[in-house]
Design a protein around this ligand. Structure first.
Ligand code: ADP
Ligand code: MG
Length: 834
């Protein structure tokens, strides 16, 4: 098979009959053979989009000079050259160079970090190859592969549908249209039909919002519709965090203030008759020292370090904003299954009305048959290993059936499937329609409340008897209150009219076959994580689609809730009048049997009460709630593509303990942001105080331009970034969350800046003045003042390390980079003095 026919297939996929397309692609409905797929992968290359290349090192380096401050300094260097001050010019050039090199390295490593994070989440997809389903990396997909899709998946390539069930897709990435588009395996369309109207095609990069689908890959990688526009859509820089935006605005304001102050000082100095040249250089130098131009870089580094530390603790940050936001969240609404529990379900209890002890074969077999026919999971041997795929509930049921000797593949041969209603959280059941001799049988499994209205009879010790809903409900509650996840199973023969689509309406007159109770063990770390959360002043609630009593039993075991008053059900929320819902939500610890869309309501109500909410989710239908919350958290393992791509954070091990670790690291990162800010602002302010005092009292400039630049370099140059590396102080999770509305320059910060600036500036001024009065010449007085300032500011670095504890109580060895940087700076300075 030659490559050009793939291009032809890609162009005409929507305009061909399915079997024409399959033969054009050399494919079959059972999938390519693994060997053929490997061969094609070699020929066509991986299914990846062309990516915008990151800027080169040289570009990054040049970029460092693009700032008004740097232009000023360059001008100063040129002026120095013109008037023959070689050493000044060389020094300024040296400082600029060092500055640019440090900046380049920092930006480059930030870029690399972003790149590495992107690679942590590799998309995967399900394909049919040689009749078996495999989960493969989407990169390995080739033209002709048969792909299986379900709600929450990102479409991995351009695909012509072969069949679909209630399939709708969000194509906003391609078309800008935000409403979901319905898709189906329709007849061929006109060749000139535009992509937005191709109802029988799915396009790479779009998201499956609902339903299931199966189709053949017609184009991969750069040949897809998305590939054609990829460079326009992808590769944009990540949005800066709101904190960084605020700090940008803040440093612009400081720059303006400094400009005014410097202008005033220049006027005063001119009036005093100082030389224009000296005034110019001092003004530039003062501007450089006081304007915290390192602030943004250091803050970016602090946030990036936070990201890296979080990644080490299984938290991947997708938006920088989340680093600071997670630290200030006051409420975490978490999933139950998989986050608080292990999502390793096993069936521990079966119930048939009136039957005690051992079960009869003729009770067990029909139950198991239904359990595996209405089932989308897979267990089996492959390449010498046991593998399982699909929902944990489905897998648990397949295992139960296998113990009783029923194997899915065999059952499906005897009872071929005609149609299915797949499980979706809001539906709470799944069903299949199978041939059984000359009848068609429906098999249903799901929540008991949903199945009861479908049933007329039930099996019991006395054989088939009329349905006794009370009895079944009582037993289901008994099992649920012991922490079991309860599922009911039912089956019955139904008839469909010719051409009718199998749906919920047909499910009536069935026989209830029994109940199963499954146990999902708690995560061993969960209890401790919840306790840590409580002491950190963060409230925690569970949101689940499960039965209220199951949820309460688990919440009790975890110490999250005590009594039924703390459970709110989806139904209560639906029926609540006026502000009743708000009141219910405020008092709830457990939200049970809630539909995914009700999560949005819960999040919004909490926000109205002043909470800063983090919400976790895994399904496509959780995305709205994750967007509504301040922090959306997706599960890396159990979560769908949609959830992962909506989230601000991804928890790679799905563990509640990792969320709590994220809160801790978020707080550390924010504290470091404050430390860096404090250092840079307070030292700049101290220099300003020194100059103002000197000018007011009619003394000469206390430091020369070069000296100010030098001071800046040895006291802030490495230290600000080193502060961004500060480890946790250890009590991060013992404090209440800070208010998300609180500005960085709160009262504490202002007081500390003012006090330290006044102390340092005044001391330096007193020294300068005393030395002049004692008859030293200006040169010597300046040298001494500089030495004092370097000392003071280096002490200030250590003083910046904690807002609550004094520098003496804080071991300097805990941040070796900081210690090393500061000692080196002192030594360099003393060396330079000589
Ligand atoms: P959770 O919030 O714990 O993930 P789900 O929405 O997955 O809750 O499940 C809600 C209810 O739907 C369960 O209590 C169960 O009765 C039913 N259910 C869960 N998984 C399946 C499945 N794979 N097939 C049929 N019914 C299911
Ligand atoms: Mg679930």
């Amino acid at each position: 098979m030659s490559l050009p026919s793939y291009d032809d297939a890609a162009r005409r996929a929507h305009a061909l009959e399915a079997d024409e397309l399959l033969s054009l692609l050399g494919a079959s409905p059972h999938g390519l053979s693994p060997e053929l797929a490997a061969e094609r992968l070699r020929l066509q290359g991986p299914n990846v989009l062309p990516r915008a290349r990151p800027p080169s090192l040289a570009r990054l380096f040049l970029h460092q000079f693009a700032s008004p401050l740097i232009y000023l300094l360059l001008a100063a260097a040129v002026v120095s050259l013109l008037i023959g001050e070689w050493s000044d010019a060389a020094f300024i050039a040296g400082v600029l160079l060092i500055n640019a090199v440090v900046g380049t390295i920092q930006e480059y490593s930030a870029q690399r970090a972003a790149e590495a994070l992107r690679n942590l989440v590799t998309p995967r997809c399900r394909v049919l190859r040689g009749g078996d389903t495999y989960e493969i990396a989407s990169e390995e997909l080739v033209a002709g592969d048969i792909v299986l899709l379900e709600s929450g998946d990102r479409v991995p390539a351009d695909i012509r549908l072969l069949d679909a069930y209630e399939l709708s897709v969000d194509e906003s990435l391609l078309s800008g249209e935000s409403r979901a588009a319905a898709k189906g395996a329709g007849p061929p369309l006109a060749l000139e039909c535009v992509p937005a109207d191709r109802g029988n095609m799915l396009f790479a990069g779009t998201l499956v919002e609902h339903g299931r689908g199966r189709g053949v890959v017609s184009a991969t990688g750069a040949s897809t519709e998305l590939g054609a526009i990829a460079t326009a859509v992808l590769g944009g820089p990540p949005a800066p965090s709101p904190l960084l935006l605020r700090m940008h605005a803040f440093s612009r304001r400081i720059a303006l203030l400094v400009a005014v102050a410097v202008a005033l000082m220049m006027v005063v100095a001119l009036a005093r008759g100082m030389s224009l040249e000296a005034i110019f250089f001092s003004a530039v130098a003062l501007a450089v020292s006081v304007i915290p131009e390192g602030l943004i870089v250091a803050l970016t580094v602090a946030l990036a370090i936070g990201m890296r530390r979080m990644a080490r603790r299984h938290v991947i940050v997708r938006r920088l904003l989340a680093v600071e936001a997670l630290g200030s969240c006051t409420y975490i609404a978490t999933d139950k299954t998989g986050t608080l529990t292990l999502n390793q379900l096993s069936v521990r209890k079966l119930f048939f009305p009136g039957v005690e002890g051992e079960f009869d074969e003729d009770l067990l077999v029909p139950l198991c048959r239904t359990a595996i026919l209405a089932n989308e999971g897979f267990i089996g041997h492959r390449d010498g290993d046991w593998v399982h795929q699909g929902d944990a509930v489905d897998v648990a049921l397949l295992l139960l059936a296998r113990e009783s000797g029923l194997v899915k593949a065999e059952q499906e041969q005897t009872y071929p499937e005609l149609a299915a209603i797949p499980f979706e959280s809001e539906r709470q059941f799944s069903a299949s329609l199978n041939v059984d001799g000359d009848r068609t049988m429906a098999h249903v499994k799901g929540a008991l409340e949903r199945l009861l209205p479908m049933c007329e009879r039930m099996v019991s010790a006395q054989g088939l008897v009329p349905l006794d809903a009370k009895r079944l409900e009582a037993e289901a509650e008994r099992m649920a209150s012991r922490g079991f996840r309860v599922l009911a199973l039912a089956s019955g023969s139904i008839t469909l009219e010719e051409g009718e689509v199998f749906s919920e309406e047909h499910l009536g007159g069935l026989t209830l076959l029994g109940l199963v109770g499954m146990i999902d063990p708690l995560r061993p770390e969960a209890k401790q994580a919840l306790a840590a959360c409580r002491s950190a002043g963060v409230e925690l609630a569970m949101i689940t689609g499960d039965h209220p009593l199951t949820a309460l039993a688990i919440a009790r075991e975890l110490g999250m809730a005590e009594d039924e008053g703390q459970i709110v059900t989806g139904r209560q929320l639906r029926e609540a009048q006026g502000d009743e819902a708000e009141r219910l939500i405020a008092g709830a610890r457990v939200f049970a049997r809630v539909e995914p869309r009700q999560k949005v309501e819960v999040v919004q109500a909490l926000q109205r009460r002043g909470h800063f909410v983090a919400v976790s989710g895994d399904g496509a239908n959780d995305a709205p709630a994750m967007r509504a919350a301040q922090v959306g958290i997706a599960m890396g393992r159990g979560g769908t593509d949609v959830a992962r791509e909506t989230a601000d954070l991804i928890i790679t091990d799905d563990n509640i303990a990792s969320i709590v670790a994220g809160v801790e690291e978020g707080r550390v990162a924010y504290a470091n942001v404050r430390k860096v800010t404090f250092l840079l602002i307070s030292t700049g302010a101290a220099e300003l105080v020194l100059f103002i005092l000197a000018l007011i009292s009619g003394l000469p400039l206390p430091l020369l331009a070069v000296q100010l630049l030098w001071l800046n370099l040895v006291t802030n140059g490495i230290q600000d970034v080193a502060l961004a590396f500060e480890p946790a102080e250890g009590d991060e999770l013992k404090r209440p969350p800070r208010s998300p509305h609180e500005p960085i320059f709160d009262r504490l910060m202002l007081e500390r800046v003012l006090v330290s600036a006044l102390v340092i500036g005044a001391f330096a001024f007193v020294l300068f003045r005393a030395m002049l009065a004692a008859g030293f010449d200006v040169e010597e007085a300046r040298n001494a003042t500089l030495l004092l300032m370097v000392l003071f500011e280096n002490v200030q670095v250590f003083n910046s390390r904690s807002e609550s504890r004094s520098l003496l109580r804080h071991s300097p060895l805990r941040n070796p980079l900081l210690l090393f940087g500061t000692v080196a700076a002192q030594l360099i300075h003393i060396g330079a003095l000589y």
